[in-house]
Design a protein around this ligand. Structure first.
Ligand SMILES: [Mg+2]
Length: 369
């Protein structure tokens, strides 16, 4: 394809409630929506870092700068572009998987529109409803946590994930089990513990959870292997699972039994699909995580989650779970815990320019006129 125009739109949407994890707290969601036009079709992707380096070193400002200064000009300079050639360029030049994901996923949207099919079919998946799980952050006190779960679980989510950190683990889990009984439950520590905590973390086995997500530092595969050997609850890697080479190593070392695949963390759909295939071959089930992204990133994650080895509920939630407004139509809805993608081509859910307007921080069109 020949790319005629690229539009970057930085939007900032206030959250329904602040989102707090072991690394910090945010109250607004930033996303950079990337529209790529080729042959009369426009595809959309989303680069969706958290503000303040909350999950990784990438911030909305650093990703915007990398797109404007390097990646967008490089893409426009390529002439004939395919998803493969764009991935080669991004792998060589991008220092941010978030920036890469924003561009690469827009190309998938165009490619699937051009081929007259929805994104999931372009990825090689068969349409199926996607199970959605509720994720809640860390709250000031137990009653706040329980009230939030109560409030959001009415949408029928298929599992509950709570964020934990040292000093906020056994007690919230005890209360969640007491109030909500035997629901499918997991926790996410976002790297908050160390190998010194292995004895303590073993206590979490008593809660009979589906998995514990990223308990230790992202580079500590050996520590995760030691913890997995000591505890019955399956370990799921998130922050560690940056690329296929690391995931292959983690599986070899028995550092995890499950992998969370995030389009943003791995730099796009082609890498995400490769990680899915690698895990499927190794007998390791995966599920689709989120940042959480706005609607474009969210719906693309739901498309990805139709691949056959996505065997646990996704973190994609309804648009109204986190955001006071979303930029797509129709919105993502969760009914009885399931997400159904709209009928259509490509992303299937369209960017709504009017809905985006009140949230705009800045916009740039390339090539610059
Ligand atoms: Mg996580």
């Amino acid at each position: 394809m020949t790319i005629e125009r690229i539009t970057l739109t930085h939007v900032r949407v206030p959250l329904v409630e602040p989102f707090r994890i072991s690394n910090g707290s945010v109250s607004e969601k930033d996303g950079i929506i990337i529209g790529v036009t080729s042959g009369g079709l426009t595809g959309y992707g989303e680069a969706s870092p958290m503000s303040g380096g909350f999950y990784s070193d990438d911030t909305p400002e650093s990703v915007w700068a990398m797109l404007v200064a390097e990646l967008v000009p490089a893409l426009l300079g390529m002439g004939d572009v395919s998803i493969d050639s764009a991935n080669h360029m991004l792998d060589a030049r991008s220092r941010s998987p978030f920036a890469s994901a924003g561009i690469e996923t827009a190309l998938w949207d165009i490619e699937s529109q051009k081929n007259g099919r929805p994104l999931y079919a372009e990825l090689g998946a068969v349409r199926r409803p996607v199970e959605s799980g509720l994720a809640v952050g860390i709250y000031p006190a137990i009653p706040d946590l329980l009230a939030a779960i109560e409030r959001f679980m009415v949408e029928g989510y298929k599992r509950l994930k709570i964020k934990i950190q040292p000093g906020w683990d056994v007690e919230p889990l005890t209360h969640v089990r007491r109030v909500f009984g035997d629901i499918p439950l997991m926790v996410d520590a976002n790297c908050a513990y160390s190998r010194n905590d292995i004895g303590h973390l073993k206590r979490l086995d008593e809660f009979g959870m589906m998995m514990i997500e990223q308990p230790l530092h992202k580079d500590d595969l050996e520590g995760h292997a030691a913890l997995q050997a000591a505890m019955a609850t399956p370990i799921c890697l998130d922050e560690s699972a940056n690329n296929c080479a690391t995931v292959r190593e983690a599986i070899r070392m028995k550092s995890c039994k499950i992998v969370n695949i995030k389009i943003q963390r791995v730099g796009g759909l082609q890498h995400a699909k490769a990680m899915h295939d690698l895990c499927a071959d190794a007998g390791i089930p995966v599920w689709a995580g989120t940042m959480p992204e706005l609607g474009i990133g969210g719906i693309q994650t739901a498309h990805l989650a139709m691949l056959p080895n996505f065997l646990y509920p996704t973190d994609v939630e309804s648009s109204q779970r986190w955001f006071t407004g979303d930029i797509i139509r129709p919105l993502i809805e969760v009914r009885s815990g399931m997400i159904e993608i709209a009928e259509g081509l490509g992303n299937c859910h369209l960017v709504d320019a009017a809905a985006m307007q009140p949230f705009k921080v800045q916009e740039m069109v390339f090539p610059c006129l």
